[in-house]
Design a protein around this ligand. Structure first.
Ligand SMILES: Nc1ncnc2c1ncn2[C@@H]1O[C@H](COP(=O)(O)OP(=O)(O)OP(=O)(O)O)[C@@H](O)[C@H]1O
Ligand SMILES: [Mg+2]
Length: 470
């Protein structure tokens, strides 16, 4: 009505006056921190999590309505909905409240849980606006982040299938692997730990050199050498969440990008057995028509026939994956490790694993004496034993995986002593050595037969040529 009947100047005056009146009657400013950001590609709002941590640490003694949750097997009391919490910082008073947007229609079915529209509402006097924006919120976010780090529970995410493709589901990650339990060359282990520590503290450095804050690791080696265990140890060490992508369940490059947007910072993105996941070299090989390579690829994939069937449903291409690793979208989340594991490093496209994309190539190999000592310490609680020398000699003469060594060291009956386990291991190493010797002899024999056949054929051809001449 005002707009219709009043001239513009009067309209502006009325608006100014009503604003002043509202400010006079309600001199407070309200700020909302939503739990998720965005409608289509919804992502976790890290500010919400930090505020939640901050308030949880502060409000349990004061708030009257609390909510109990298990975190790391401990009961944690959190502020419940509609419960107000009055905070004071350097003489400034503010009020926090956890609220929820109730959907207008009851029948709308959402994929997200019922509390997907939650938000924290911060209310403070407008005279404190500058102080709250510049100092108080900085203090809350920093403290909340620190609390979060100290009680952080590592989560294991995997990509959903079917209609929920492009979304993640998760469980609490409770793998006990750590750098203390991983058997590998101690020098190599130290190198990895140093690299991880340097990476996790290098935010400013990455910003300075203009690179997204991420790092790629390629873990390769025979089955049972500890690739998956190392991934778990890395996640536990850094307290980063694991995002384990099953590429064969991702239908398109767009779906892969959607998954990428859903990954939070402080995460380890893992693609296990990358060589079996998809025919990622397909595009290039079709161009060159390299049939031999295709055959070899087939051999590798035979081990996972099921995966091959799924591949047909997946249209993720090598370029889609390369974009996932370091395209423009990949910079949208914070610190992140990307880890590929494979048994067949030679089969991978060089573009996928070149330095800069996979910065560190880590070979996990057969068990050496160093690795054995670590396993003996973990499995048998011993650091030396008269039988160690025998084990050392045998390990130098034969190739066995840490998984095989670990299996032999595991007690088979209750109260079995260390000596019995070591004897069993020695026996297994001898058998493996014998088998390797027999295999080598057989191969040599086959080679000799083949070469004698070739010599006989050569001789026959020469004789024929000689007869022809005469
Ligand atoms: N280096 C290692 N240190 C300690 N334990 C190991 C190591 N390697 C293997 N193991 C033991 O063997 C089991 C299998 O190891 P893991 O799954 O990590 O091997 P992998 O290299 O991922 O094998 P694959 O290539 O078949 O996936 C683990 O549960 C662990 O107990
Ligand atoms: Mg594995």
């Amino acid at each position: 009505m005002i707009q219709e009947y009043c001239p513009n100047q009067i309209h502006a005056l009325i608006e100014k006056f009503s604003q002043k009146l509202a400010n006079f009657l309600y001199p407070y400013v309200e700020v909302r921190f939503m739990e998720y950001i965005g409608d289509y590609m919804r992502t976790n709002n890290e500010a919400f999590r930090s505020i939640e941590n901050y308030l949880t640490s502060k409000s349990t003694n004061k708030a009257k309505k609390l909510r109990g949750e298990y975190v790391k097997k401990c009961l944690v009391l959190k502020m419940d909905e509609s419960q107000e919490f009055h905070d004071e910082f350097e003489g400034i008073k503010v009020v926090w409240c956890l609220k929820k947007n109730v959907p207008k229609t009851n029948h709308s079915v959402s994929f997200y849980a019922a509390d997907d529209k939650r938000y924290y509402l911060l209310t403070f006097h407008r005279k404190d606006r500058d102080f709250v924006a510049k100092s108080y919120l900085k203090h809350v976010l920093e403290e909340g982040k620190n609390v979060g780090l100290s009680k952080r529970q590592v989560k294991l995410y995997t990509n959903c299938t079917g209609d929920n493709g492009g979304k993640w589901s998760h469980v609490i990650f409770e793998h006990p692997s750590s750098f203390e339990t991983i058997a590998m060359n101690s020098k190599k282990k130290k190198e990895i730990v140093d690299d991880l520590v340097t990476f996790s503290k290098a935010k400013e450095y990455y910003a300075k050199i203009g690179k997204p804050w991420k790092r790629g690791y390629l873990l390769y080696g025979p089955p049972g050498t500890g690739k998956s265990s190392l991934v778990a140890a890395i996640a536990n060490f850094l307290k980063y969440d694991i995002y384990d992508i099953e590429l064969t369940n991702v239908k398109t490059n767009a779906e892969l990008r959607k998954l990428l947007i859903g990954i939070t910072s402080k995460s380890v993105v893992v693609i296990e057995d990358i060589d079996c996941s998809l025919d990622l070299t397909g595009e290039r090989k079709t161009d060159s028509g390299n049939e031999k390579d295709k055959e070899e690829k087939k051999d590798v994939n035979q081990a996972s026939g099921e995966a091959e069937n799924k591949n047909k449903m997946s249209q993720v291409t090598l370029s889609g994956l390369l974009n996932f690793i370091d395209g423009i979208w990949s910079a949208s989340t914070g610190e992140r490790l990307i880890i590929f594991t494979t048994n067949y490093v030679d089969k991978l496209d060089q573009a996928l694993i070149r330095r800069g994309r996979m910065d560190m190539h880590i070979e996990l190999s057969y068990c050496g004496f160093d690795g054995f000592k670590m396993l003996a310490k973990n499995y048998l609680s011993i650091e030396s034993h008269p039988l160690f020398d025998k084990v050392r000699c045998l390990l130098e003469e034969t190739n066995v995986t840490p998984a095989d060594v670990a299996e032999n060291l595991m007690p088979k009956v209750a109260n079995e002593d260390a000596e019995a386990s070591l004897e069993r291991l020695i026996q297994a190493l001898r058998t493996s050595k014998e088998e390797a010797k027999m295999k080598a002899e057989k191969e040599a024999e086959m080679k000799a037969v083949n070469s004698s056949e070739i010599v006989a054929e050569d001789k026959e051809i020469k004789e024929k040529i000689g007869n022809g001449k005469s």
